[in-house]
Structures are given as C-alpha cells and as structure tokens.
Design a binder for this molecule. Structure first.
Ligand SMILES: C[S@@+](CC[C@H](N)C(=O)[O-])C[C@H]1O[C@@H](n2cnc3c(N)ncnc32)[C@H](O)[C@@H]1O
Length: 352
C-alpha cells in the first residue's frame, strides 16, 4: 500500500506537537522547582536576565527555557519589550498552588515514570507487577500536588454533600477512614472542614504515611487525624460512618477483597465512597485526550501497582462505572449510585 502523503503529514504534525509536549515535562518540573513561574507571577513582565536575577538562576539557561515555554504557550512573549510574562490563565495553571487547576504536579508524575522506564519495560517482558512504593518518589509528591487542588475544589463543597445523609453525620461528629490515603490531602481537607469528626488515613506505603503525618502536624490537625500503615484488606477499626477511597481502588491488587473488608468495618448505616477517574464503559468511549492521559498513567502506574499485589485483578484507571459497580456488588454492597462527577472524576456511593 503506498503511503498517503497528506495523512503522513498530518500524523507528523501531531507528533511534532507531542514531542514539544513531552519535552515540557522536564521544562515544567524545572520551572516549578526553581520557582520561575512564581517569580514571573509576582513580578510581572521580565527580561530573561531579570528573571534569572530574581530566581537566582543562570541567564543563558533561563532565556532558552523562556523561549521553549513561549513556543508552547506556557508563558507569553512580548516582542516589542523583549519581556516574558504569565497571563492570568497561565499563572492560574502554573504558579498558583491554591488554584483548582494547578498542574505542575502532573508533570512531576510524568517525570517520575520516565525515570522508572527501564523497570517498567522489564515488567512488560515478565508480566510481573511494579509496586506503587517501588516508584521514584516524585510520583508520591506529584500525585499529592496534582490531586489536592481537585479535592480542595470539590470534596467538601460538592462530593460529601452529594452522599446520602453523610454531611449531617460528619458535621455533628462521625468516624471516618480514608483508605489508600497517600500523603493524606483528602483526609486533611475533610478534617479541616469537619472539626467534630475523627479521621484516620490508611496506606500500605510507609513513606507516604510518614509524609501524611508531617502534613497533619504542619496543619495543626494532629488532634483529629491519625495516619497508620495498613492495607485496604486489614485496616483496623469498626463502626465507621464513612470509608472513602480516593483514586486508590483500581491500584489495589484485590479490589473486591478490599471493599469486603470495608463492608465489615462500616457502621450499620455507613457509606463507602469511591472516587475514581471518570471513564466510559467501553474503550472507544475513552479514546479522547482525558482518556489518553488516564490510559497512559494506568499503563505505567496503576496496572503494574495492582499486578504487584495479591490477586492482581488490575482494573486499570479507566475501568468505567459498570465494572466498578460489579466490584462493589461482588463485595456485598447493594445500593450503588453515581453521586457526583467532574470532568476527571466520578464519585460512587455504595451502601450495604
Ligand atoms: C493514586 S494514589 C492516591 C493517593 C491518595 N488517595 C490521593 O488521592 O492523593 C493510590 C494510593 O493507594 C495506595 N494503595 C495501593 N494499594 C493499596 C492497598 N492494597 N492498601 C492500602 N493502600 C494501597 C498507594 O500506596 C497510594 O498511596
């Protein structure tokens, strides 16, 4: 079959865009680490040498970085003054840690999996898992920084209120577990919002639990939050009013065994909240830019994480609601519904 030149050009054009995007990983991580975006946000338009001076970096590197970033639309160049600046939107995405769309954490995640590539390539050959805790540590902090803004924007404002009867319970004093809590971003946001309740975050990864404890102490919340190393199938405690899984169910080796344990640990009228990436039920529904990001993360992080544990069901990050409902039913939950959603997440409520 002869090559269709127009189609080939179209493909190459897309590849060139993607090559620039792929290089952005290192560029954004560098800009974030050195505070270049933050300095630009605070100072307004700057020449490369001004930015270098304010950020204590080298002018020649910063000048080239600025041009790469301007060509990608991450910063803006004013040819008349020779200065570079961030638009409101660029600052919102790249410089403001409190914005709901703060994105550098995602680039930190991508940077971490590139470092892990040789081990992941080997896993493709052997079929063996590659566990969450075996990853480059950039994954743990990147996940916290990427997910936290989303939780800060939705968890207390809309996800908890969307659950049947849960908001009243946590306002008046409930017992809550956050399973697979990582650095505890979601746990701490809930603890801050509901001072009468007590919260415990569990994660099998010791390093993440130590980070979560430091975050709790820094936030002055250590009196109502505990973080403990425990797996989803044997975390301690009973009579929980709410057990929440934030983007952790599909990373587990046994995503049916875990909710079976949740069911046993809940109070009679307790709720299991499952936050998962939003996905359609069929592959073709997910062949879009968001699905591309999730399938990629799933290939390099979530699927190997699950395969590294017992059972190794490997749901993947794009399992879809129908598959997740089946998992919850197999674990003994009968009332399962989609309580809320955002462009990236769905929130399922499951009750016995
Ligand atoms: C994608 S991260 C999400 C972390 C956190 N919930 C958040 O939203 O920022 C998945 C987490 O699940 C944890 N995890 C995976 N399998 C687990 C298991 N079987 N038991 C407990 N935690 C588990 C990992 O250690 C990791 O911290």
């Amino acid at each position: 079959m002869p090559v269709d030149e127009a189609k080939l050009n179209e493909l190459m054009e897309k590849m060139v865009g993607d090559l620039g995007a792929a290089f952005s990983t290192a560029l954004v991580v560098i800009g974030d680490k050195l505070g270049l975006y933050k300095v630009m946000n605070e100072s307004g338009p700057l020449t490369p040498s001004e930015l270098a001076r304010h950020s204590l970096t080298s002018e020649r590197y910063v000048r080239e970085w600025l041009n790469a970033q301007a060509a990608g639309g991450f910063v803006t160049y004013d040819a008349r003054s020779g200065k570079y600046f961030l638009t409101e939107e660029q600052a919102y995405a790249l410089a403001d840690e409190s914005s709901p769309v703060f994105i550098p954490g995602a680039f930190q995640i991508i940077g971490s999996v590139i470092k892990d590539e040789p081990k992941l390539t080997e896993s493709f050959r052997t079929g063996k898992g590659f566990a969450w805790h075996e990853h480059d540590p950039g994954l743990f902090e990147g996940t916290e920084r990427f997910f936290r803004p989303n939780y800060a924007a939705h968890l207390v404002q809309s996800w908890i209120p969307a659950l049947d009867g849960v908001e009243e319970k946590v306002r008046s004093g409930a017992h809550v577990a956050d399973v697979g809590c990582g650095h505890g971003a979601s746990t701490l946001l809930m603890a801050q919002a509901y001072p009468r309740s007590t919260f415990v975050g569990f994660d099998y990864h010791q390093g993440s639990i130590e980070s979560a404890r430091r975050r709790a102490a820094d936030a002055g919340l250590a009196d109502r939050v505990r973080f403990e190393v425990a797996s989803a199938k044997d975390f301690p405690g009973s009579d929980y009013d709410l057990v929440a899984f934030f983007d952790s169910l599909h990373d587990m080796g046994d995503p049916v065994g875990a909710p079976s344990h949740v069911r046993e640990s809940l109070a009679a009228d307790g709720t299991w909240m499952i936050v998962e990436p939003r996905a359609g039920d069929s592959v073709e529904e997910n062949l879009n830019p968001v699905g591309r990001v999730f399938y990629s993360a799933s290939t390099l992080i979530c699927t190997p994480a699950s395969l590294a544990q017992e059972v190794g069901l490997a749901l993947g990050a794009q399992a879809g609601e129908a598959r997740l409902r089946r998992v919850a039913s197999e674990a003994g939950f009968t009332r399962i519904r989609r309580a809320a959603e955002t462009p990236f997440n769905m929130v399922l409520e499951a009750r016995v």
